[in-house]
Design a binder for this molecule. Structure first.
Ligand code: HPA
Ligand code: MG
Length: 220
């Protein structure tokens, strides 16, 4: 059970329709662009606290290098690091966290493209011998994470762990790719909490499902 909670997270079933929009608040300009609230912001925060607990318990070093995958991971990373800090202040296990940012791009509209670009990153040689936590908002096909993990490992860190807020369920998914999973979700496109559709919806705080008209409106 404990392992399942880390490796699969909260499992959202294929037939979960989400919550009706009238049950929550959200920016008025997205009114016609989303169908439902898939995961409310508060639940994201509560789950993030739990992931922070796992991480604080697992990391034996007292400092960790956090590698935040931009742009989608910025909110999750900030909230996760805050939770790690609060936990440390309330116990005798304070983790010193340093953060570095890395930027990848592999999506156009709602489709994953073949080529992965690591477009924003300084020299990562400071990862040598460090305990590294990669923080990513969504692990989709797993290709991106596999490539990134390999890339990070070339700098010879002591240990690499991956925290993924969302992991999409796929027939041949690699459960060992993500060490800390927030939610396992069906294979559908979601936005909000920094996740975008062509750069829109990052300012939505809940994780939501886009409507047909929303997809059309922001298509490039
Ligand atoms: N939403 C936003 N960005 C993404 C997704 C998604 O479902 N999958 C991969 N990148
Ligand atoms: Mg994107």
């Amino acid at each position: 059970m404990e392992l399942a909670g880390k490796k699969r997270g909260i499992v959202i079933k294929d037939d979960w329709p989400g919550y009706g929009l009238d049950l929550f608040t959200y920016p008025e300009h997205y009114h016609d662009d989303i169908d439902s609230v898939y995961i409310p912001h508060g639940v994201v925060m509560n789950r993030t606290e739990r992931l922070a607990r796992y991480i604080v318990d697992d990391f034996v070093d007292d400092d960790i290098m956090v590698l935040c995958v931009l742009k989608g991971g910025y909110k999750f990373c900030a909230d996760l690091m805050e939770c790690i800090k609060v936990l440390g202040c309330n116990s005798n296990k304070y983790l010193e966290t340093r953060v570095e940012f890395i930027r990848l791009k592999s999506y156009l509209n709602d489709q994953s493209t073949e080529d992965l670009h690591i477009i924003g990153s300084r020299d990562l040689s400071f990862l040598l011998g460090k305990s590294v936590l990669i923080v990513e908002a969504i692990v989709d096909t797993g290709k991106t994470m596999k490539t990134l993990r390999k890339h990070v490992e070339t700098f010879q860190p002591k240990m690499v762990k991956v925290a993924g807020l969302l992991v999409k369920r796929a027939p041949n998914m690699d459960e060992n790719l993500t060490d800390y999973v927030g939610f396992e979700i069906p294979n559908r496109f979601v936005v909000g909490y920094a996740l975008d559709y062509n750069e829109y919806f990052r300012d939505l705080n809940h994780i939501c499902v886009i409507s047909k008209s929303g997809k059309q409106k922001y298509k490039v």
